[in-house]
Design a protein around this ligand. Structure first.
Ligand SMILES: NC(=O)C1=CN([C@@H]2O[C@H](COP(=O)(O)OP(=O)(O)OC[C@H]3O[C@@H](n4cnc5c(N)ncnc54)[C@H](O)[C@@H]3O)[C@@H](O)[C@H]2O)C=CC1
Ligand SMILES: N[C@@H](CC=O)C(=O)O
Ligand code: NA
Length: 437
């Protein structure tokens, strides 16, 4: 481990020179003097590894040692810190991080999939080999989310944590709301801007936010969270009409990741939510993310910033490098002792919420009576309803939007199944939870 008093350079080996890798090299170059002033050391890249040696990345890597095999960074005696920016929970990224930790080399990574799925095993390797593993960029990009939860809120017992954790989804929902464009063309923009994951289904199906929530909740509650205990829904089923209906009802739609400690264990979920339009979370638009936490003493806090893109992510990666250069690195879950067993999970079927339900129904007498009868039988109380006329006199189907009072998840799920089975309901119902935020 590097010594805080050392004034020798901190020498990096970077694997992955895509959006983030190139961004880190650019930042280290642009802010070299400032980083030296803040750490008393030079932070310099000595070696790199990526797939394509010839690609123009807008940064000069010609003077650096090049390895076709990223694992060679670990055995290079001139590399003090391995920076993993390849991505993916398995394959070369995992092999590299494990090898570096086993060799006692500190690792900085932006790889949320890897930390979410293998955090416990990596924490053990990190502890056994006294090799820090830092991953500030893995949660909410440029927002100091990890530091906020693990260090800034270290004194408090947290009750819930989460927020808007995926820039691609927030960008898509924002642009769809503002322009009425369709999902596919907005996703393409997000990819071109470097926000999306290599496989953007990871973003739009909610998995990326779930990776981040898994990590954040683990830090907030001091224990690993099993990734597969997180309930995950994405945004593909949200239409431009849902964004417009939400607006009429006084809400915005956001993909939220939220983890709450309940009497039955930790309930963690990633779901689209209607958020009151004047709530702070509703104002977080575009690629911006927001991390919210609530503690017994501190109350509620929110930190907002850019959750994706080269600059913000490079800023977070480099902040971890500054910690290493200063000799400050903390254990992975922020606890010094005690159990590392995963926290007990509480399924989403336990609990309650208010719900938005958008149906497409046949435009004929008795339809609303059929639907409200199901809600009555399931014990779901209706708060308001929007019924829009058909687009034209001849259109046979009309949208119908229902908003419920708070009710149990189980009752709502039962009602939706029965409503879906009604012959007058023509499309699969779209259900979105309403979150006070
Ligand atoms: N793009 C973003 O805004 C953010 C990305 N991240 C994370 O940062 C990591 C990198 O993401 P991006 O830069 O966006 O990805 P990217 O796809 O732009 O870059 C990946 C790089 O890894 C290289 N690579 C692939 N296989 C390799 C191998 N076997 N050995 C060496 N290099 C290899 C590729 O050549 C490419 O240079 C991922 O874990 C991602 O989840 C985290 C926060 C934000
Ligand atoms: N694909 C991610 C990038 C950062 O984690 C996102 O869109 O937020
Ligand atoms: Na971050």
């Amino acid at each position: 481990m590097t010594s805080p008093s050392s004034s020798s350079p901190l020498r990096l080996g970077i694997a992955g020179l895509g959006t983030v890798g190139a961004g880190v090299i650019r930042l280290l170059h642009a802010n070299a003097d400032l980083l030296h002033a803040r750490t008393g050391r030079t932070i310099e890249v000595v070696a790199v590894s990526a797939r394509d040696r010839t690609r123009d990345r807008g940064v000069d890597v010609s003077g650096l040692r090049w390895y076709d095999n990223a694992l060679d960074l670990v055995s290079d005696p001139d590399v003090d810190v391995v920076v993993e920016l390849i991505g993916g929970a398995e394959g070369p990224a995992r092999a590299l991080v494990e090898a570096a930790l086993k060799a006692g080399k500190p690792v900085v990574t932006a790889n949320k999939a890897l930390v979410a799925l293998h955090g416990s095993a990596l924490a053990r390797l990190s502890a056994d080999n006294a090799a820090p593993l830092l991953f500030e960029a893995a949660v909410a990009g440029g927002i100091p989310a990890i530091k906020t939860v693990r260090e800034g809120l270290a004194a408090d017992r947290l009750l819930r944590v989460g927020g808007i954790l995926n820039g691609t989804c927030n960008y898509i929902l924002t642009v769809m709301r503002e322009t009425g464009q369709d999902f596919a063309s907005v996703l393409k923009d997000a990819q071109d801007l470097g926000y999306a994951e290599a496989d953007p289904t990871t973003d739009v199906d909610g998995l990326d936010a779930a990776h981040k929530l898994t990590i954040l909740a683990g830090l907030a509650f001091g224990r690993p969270v099993a990734f597969d205990s997180v309930h995950v829904e994405g945004i593909r089923h949200i239409g431009a009409d849902d964004l417009a209906f939400a607006r009429q009802l006084g809400y915005r739609i956001k993909l939220l990741g939220l983890a709450r400690m309940t009497d039955d264990g930790l309930q963690a979920r990633v779901t689209p939510c209607l958020v009151p339009q004047h709530a702070p979370l509703a104002q977080v638009d575009g690629v911006f993310n927001a991390v919210v936490a609530e503690g017994e003493f501190v109350g509620r806090i929110m930190v907002e910033g850019r959750g994706a893109g080269a600059g913000p992510t490079a800023s977070a990666v480099t902040a971890d490098l500054v910690d290493l250069a200063r000799g400050q690195a903390i254990t992975l879950w922020g606890v010094q002792s005690g159990t590392v067993e995963p926290v007990r999970a509480c399924p989403i079927s336990v609990g309650e919420a208010a719900f938005y339900l958008r149906l497409r129904v046949e435009d004929r007498p008795g339809v609303i009576a059929d639907i409200t009868a199901v809600l009555r039988d399931c014990g779901v109380s209706l708060r308001s309803m929007l019924q829009h006329p058909a687009d034209s006199e001849t259109a046979p189907h009309v949208p119908l939007v229902l908003v419920t009072h708070r009710t149990s998840e189980a009752a709502m799920q039962a009602a939706i199944a029965q409503i879906d089975a009604l012959s007058v309901v023509t499309d699969t119902p779209v259900m979105i939870r309403i979150e006070a935020a």
